[in-house]
Design a protein around this ligand. Structure first.
Ligand SMILES: Nc1nc2c(ncn2[C@@H]2O[C@H](COP(=O)(O)OP(=O)(O)OP(=O)(O)O)[C@@H](O)[C@H]2O)c(=O)[nH]1
Ligand SMILES: [Mg+2]
Length: 303
């Protein structure tokens, strides 16, 4: 399945809502672009959880190009797509790889957002490209968390470093990075326990992991990914912003885009959290994952 098809399938519910709602804006053959139409358009777009700022930017563009004219659905869809693509444009690499030696990627986020599953997916994707991966099971809070990652490591055929239950997560992270250095691995991906941005001691623990890792490799972690569950939509964003500020995240992995009508949240993340979306999760298997491509995403939304 191509990327577009995969996203299209994953975004099923968002696409459905958007298409029905946009179609409903055009009762007859065309519609006059007046303030009533623009208000209804903003309402429709906001229902996908893309955020008021993005929806208003789109409506301003439509107003500028078509105000006072009677337009067809196709005319405005093209403008919506172009504007959304511009709002989400990003030219950063998905992962800033280390110049030499292992690249360290730290995963964090609230409980159940999809960290461990996304790590498995990223491991599969990077391993398929020929990279040697070492996993660090720094979620030492629950024994089951280590087991979950161990099962993935086994299935994917990669090395995993873990410690005794309740051990210091920073020491496990340290061991994992040391092992990646020792084996000359390309990537060291570190899993952490779910936490809330209000839990000061747990947020400090993430800081400690970062500090300890940077003692072994000065620019590590090269990426700190915030894993965000798309089904929380707009509600999850302010929390995510505070989380991201507290640990200085570098990108978002947006999970569970399948089965939510709130896929528009991908548009809002850049504006409201100030981070690029790097990867998307589109299901529970290790293959339901992709690099986030704003153009493909927007095309899929309106396909
Ligand atoms: N549908 C769907 N389910 C997902 C996706 N990503 C993760 N899940 C599911 O979400 C649930 C939680 O995923 P985990 O990866 O364990 O989440 P976590 O953030 O590691 O959870 P904690 O370690 O408990 O904080 C599991 O049932 C996953 O299968 C996705 O992209 N789509
Ligand atoms: Mg986990």
């Amino acid at each position: 399945m191509g990327l577009l098809d995969k996203i299209k399938k994953g975004l099923g519910r968002t696409v459905q809502v958007l298409q029905t709602d946009v179609r409903d804006l055009f009762k007859s053959d065309g519609r006059l672009v007046d303030s009533e139409f623009l208000d209804e358009l903003v309402e429709t777009l906001v229902r996908t959880d893309m955020g008021v700022v993005a929806a208003k930017a789109v409506s301003a563009e439509i107003q500028e190009q078509f105000r006072g004219r009677v337009v067809k659905k196709e005319d405005i869809i093209e403008v919506i797509k172009t504007k959304l693509k511009a709002l989400m444009a990003q030219d950063e690499p998905t992962i800033h790889f280390a110049q030499s030696g292992p690249t360290v990627v730290l995963f964090c986020g609230v409980n159940g957002s999809g960290k461990t599953t996304s790590i498995a997916k990223l491991t599969k994707a990077t391993k398929d490209l020929g990279n040697a991966v070492v996993l660090g099971a720094a979620d030492t809070f629950r024994a089951a968390a280590v087991d979950q990652l161990k099962i993935w490591a086994d299935r994917l055929g990669v090395e995993i470093v873990f410690g005794p239950p309740q051990s210091d997560p920073a020491s496990v992270a340290h061991k994992a990075v040391a092992r990646a250095l020792e084996t000359n691995a390309d990537l060291c991906i570190i899993d952490t326990a779910g936490r809330l941005q209000t839990q000061k001691n747990l947020m400090n623990e993430l800081e400690k992991i970062k500090r300890v890792v940077s003692k072994l490799i000065p620019d590590a972690p090269h990426e700190t990914f915030l894993v965000l569950d798309a089904t929380t939509g707009q509600n999850g964003l302010s929390q995510a912003q505070k989380f991201s500020e507290a640990v200085d995240c570098t990108g978002v992995v947006l999970t569970k885009l399948d089965g939510t009508a709130k896929g528009g949240v991908a548009v809002a993340i850049r504006q409201q959290i100030g981070l690029p979306v790097k990867y998307v999760g589109l299901g529970e298997s290790e293959n339901d994952f992709d690099v986030f491509d704003p153009n493909a995403f927007v095309d899929a939304l309106f396909s």
